[in-house]
Design a protein around this ligand. Structure first.
Ligand code: AMP
Ligand code: ZN
Length: 466
């Protein structure tokens, strides 16, 4: 199926064609591990995951890289405040990040690279930029010379014609109005970790890590580069400038940027303090699958306003899908020849919506329409076994990408299907042995996990989740 994606560089939805047919080289900017990730961060990572899983479902092989920013201005400030060595501080939040990613069922990149693991590569790359005349040293720091790269500003639509030549910016994050010669290497300062370099001890600026890792592991030309929309300027603009003068070819063919998760109309961010972590929400009893569902339900280029009511609705929608599947699996259906063609039409609509720049809302619409018509057919007794197989296959393809239907194993009420089945078997054995006290205790145990049991005459009891 032809895939179309919105490319920030061209400002158009374009047909997606990887450089190497059948293989996609894809880079995602990861987390700055100075704290737990918030669900705004995870909106971006869930969006990237839907993209990855959709590409895989279309038969494409992926080569994926994600960085972990474990040294930058914020990391150093926070580890100093906490009085903990940078590496140890970063390790705590890197582990938490990977755990949260797993609980949200986000496929880990094949290469997850810490910035501090590739500092010699960064130093070598900066050295080449200096030799090529694109960078220069001042007082032990090295800056990128903006005037050496006329294409600067193409990605963000920034016009740099009137910039003051030679003005410099030392911080990692800044606004468009402050576009200047930006820092590649920062000279040592008190209370900062340092590494050796030809310009004396120091540490890398933030922007260089992604350029160097992406070029080394996926270059010279990447098919996709992803991140939140706040990274367009200056981070991604700088990434392009750091790579293209040395490779002479486009760094990235298609730039993908995820829109913000908002709270009361403002970007969810650490700085504003208006954030929830995944842990905050699971502590309140929400399930990671419901969080993922909510984050995935709005197409990635639309802003998503987060509320707890919205998360309640996401949980309810998910329950509706799971209950429908329970009903379908357990229904006594007449056998029949061919499935109703409307089921294949729904499946095609779901996949076509995703192929159209990942329109997840429309894909979910197709799935809920299938639930609605199938429930009516179940009520009327017009659904047959071949239909059931076709519907289950549609849901399998849906969940290959959305990853929300399997119940969460590690939630507060967490109990896996395998555990439920084992307890059900134990209960059946107790009943067969007429040990009704034990059977009742097992029923209560299952109910406490939200499992409803339905005893059936002359057949094994059935169960479903509340
Ligand atoms: P950071 O650790 O700040 O570099 O952010 C990690 C990723 O999360 C980046 O791709 C950001 O663009 C993204 N991000 C940060 N805040 C939000 C938000 N409120 N909504 C969506 N993505 C975000
Ligand atoms: Zn990056």
């Amino acid at each position: 199926m032809p895939i179309a994606l919105y490319n920030t560089l061209t400002r158009k939805v374009e047909p997606f064609t990887p450089v190497t047919p059948g293989r996609v080289r894809m880079y995602t900017c990861g987390l700055t591990v100075y704290d737990y990730g918030h669900i705004g961060n995870f909106r971006t990572f869930v969006g990237v995951d839907i993209l990855q899983r959709f590409l895989q479902s279309q038969g494409l092989a992926l080569d994926t890289v994600m960085n972990i920013t474990d040294v930058d201005d914020k990391m150093i400030a926070r580890s100093n405040e906490a009085g903990r060595p940078l590496a140890e501080y970063a390790a705590t939040y890197t582990a938490a990040f990977l755990e949260d990613m797993a609980s949200l069922r986000i496929l880990p990149a094949q290469h997850i690279v810490r910035a501090t693991d590739c500092i010699p590569d960064m130093v070598a790359w900066i050295d080449r930029l200096v030799a090529a005349g694109c960078a220069y040293e001042r007082d032990g720091s090295v800056y990128f010379r903006l005037s050496s790269f006329p294409a600067y500003g193409r990605l963000s639509g920034k016009d740099i014609a009137g910039l003051q030549a030679g003005a410099r910016v030392d911080v990692d994050e800044y606004e468009k109005e402050e576009a200047r010669d930006f820092v590649l290497w920062k000279a040592a300062r008190p209370n900062e970790p340092t590494w050796p370099s030809p310009w004396g001890p120091g540490r890398p600026g933030w922007h260089i890590e992604c350029s160097v890792m992406a070029e080394k592991l996926l270059g010279p030309t990447l098919d996709l580069h992803c991140g939140g929309t706040d990274l367009v300027f200056p981070h991604h603009e700088n990434e392009i400038a750091q790579v293209e003068p040395l490779t002479g070819v486009p760094f990235v063919n298609c730039w993908i940027h995820m829109e913000f998760l908002l709270v009361n109309g403002e970007k969810m961010s650490k700085r504003l303090g208006n954030f929830f972590t995944v842990r905050d929400l699971t502590d309140k009893g929400y399930r990671p699958s419901a969080i993922r569902y909510l984050l995935a339900s709005v197409p990635y280029r639309r802003q998503l306003n987060f509320t707890l009511e919205g998360l309640d609705q996401a949980s309810a929608s998910l329950l509706r899908l799971r209950n429908f599947l329970d009903r379908l699996r357990n229904a006594d259906l007449p056998p029949s020849g061919d499935p109703n063609p409307a089921i294949a039409t729904a499946r095609e609509a779901m996949l076509a919506s995703l192929a159209d720049n990942l329109n997840t809302a429309e894909a979910l619409g197709a799935i809920f329409e299938l639930v609605r018509t199938s429930n009516i057919a179940l009520d009327r007794g017009t659904l047959a076994t071949a239909d059931r197989e076709a519907i289950l296959e549609t849901f399998r393809q849906f969940d290959e990408i959305f990853q929300v239907l399997t119940p969460d194993e590690a939630s507060s009420e967490g109990i896996s299907d395998a555990e439920v089945n084992a307890l059900m078997e134990e209960r059946a054995a107790a009943r067969a042995a007429r040990d009704f006290k034990k059977a009742d205790a097992l029923r209560q145990q299952l109910e406490s996990h939200g499992i409803l049991i339905e005893d059936v005459k002359n057949a094994p009891a059935r169960w479903r989740r509340k």
